[in-house]
Design a protein around this ligand. Structure first.
Ligand code: ASP
Length: 327
């Protein structure tokens, strides 16, 4: 197994980021969140889920607040569902396009932040290629600004984990009775890391991680999960299988022989559906690489909940934004 080193991994959410049981200041990570708060967020998201189906898809909760998307890395689903969530809560919303911003003219991150602060923004939703970036920003903004981590390096993607467990709960209401497998590039995946924490906090009794040895972090057992290199054994009888993309942008050398071989060993092909539990579901955070980690038949089939994950992302993000903005 490969050596797992991430020097920024002590970026845990601090107790001070949780202002009270039902009020967050920042949402940076999931690993130290109390189970009760996670369940409260899911319940609140449930109450927001109906808003998207109404003729007027808005509630006035964040009227007068200004929220800024600050994405230093590519994103489709996360960026747009945060924008929709903010707009459905009636907040004013800005998308900063980093490619056309002063960052490209050499302005430092801190200077960009200070300028945005001077415009009286209330919240920054941050995606950044460096682990720990959201935490760093949270330490360098004034007291009244909330920071939401929309994915930092390979460290964490806490809102993705929240929407994933929201989706799982729709099919399996009792977390204490399910078997969950996460398959693929565990080593470079912030989604896997946040999910492992969320599932552990929710007391899921059987959490498996499956992938080639090169993509399984050394010592991963200490996160309370069971590693498998054999996919067929790993997904056997699982209720939930979460497929991950190979995070090529974070690989500095070759971790797999070739994509064809990878698909044979770790791709979710239709015949593998027979191995999971009868009511088992297949998930993927996107973007999906068809024919690499999952076949089109499975991705588009009736066991796939991939597009439901996307829709659920709006309600879950509405819940997180509103809890972080309470007076
Ligand atoms: N969209 C997810 C992320 O930003 C997963 C991926 O990119 O594969 O981490």
């Amino acid at each position: 197994m490969s050596d797992y080193k991430d020097t920024d991994l002590d970026q845990n959410i601090k107790k001070s980021d949780i202002v009270s049981q039902k009020h967050l200041r920042h949402f940076l990570d999931i690993e130290d969140l109390p189970k009760s708060l996670i369940l409260d967020i899911l319940d609140l998201a449930e109450s927001f889920a109906g808003v998207s189906g109404q003729p007027v898809k808005k509630v006035p909760l964040l009227r007068g607040k200004t929220i800024v998307n600050l994405f230093f890395e590519a994103s489709t689903r996360t960026r747009t569902t945060f924008e929709l969530a903010a707009k459905r809560l009636s907040a004013d919303f800005l998308n900063i396009n980093i490619d056309y911003s002063a960052t490209k003219k050499g302005e430092t991150l801190l200077d960009t932040l200070r300028n945005l602060e001077a415009m009286h923004c209330d919240m920054f939703i941050v995606r950044h290629p460096s682990s720990g970036a959201a935490k760093f920003i949270s330490k360098n903004v004034s007291q009244n600004i909330s920071i939401i981590n929309a994915g930092d390096g390979r460290h964490a993607h806490p809102t993705q984990a929240m929407l994933d467990i929201f989706t799982i709960r729709k099919y399996f209401p009792d977390f204490k009775k399910i078997k969950v497998a996460i398959v693929g590039d565990i080593l470079h995946s912030r989604v896997a890391r946040s999910l492992m924490h969320a599932l552990r906090i929710l007391e899921v009794p059987d959490i498996r991680v499956i992938g080639p040895q090169t993509l399984l972090p050394k010592g991963i057992e200490y996160m309370g999960v069971t590693p498998y290199v054999d996919m067929d054994k790993g997904i056997k009888d699982c209720d939930v299988v979460i497929m991950l993309r190979l995070q090529n942008e974070r690989m500095n050398s070759s971790f797999i022989p070739d994509e064809h071989e990878y698909y044979n060993l770790y791709g979710f092909s239709p015949k593998r559906l027979d191995l999971i539990s009868k009511k088992g579901i297949v998930m993927h955070p996107g973007p999906v690489n068809r024919g690499v980690e999952i076949s089109s038949e499975v991705a588009d089939g009736n066991r796939s909940v991939i597009l439901q994950q996307v829709s659920n992302g709006i309600a879950v993000r509405m819940a997180i934004l509103s809890l972080s903005m309470q007076p």
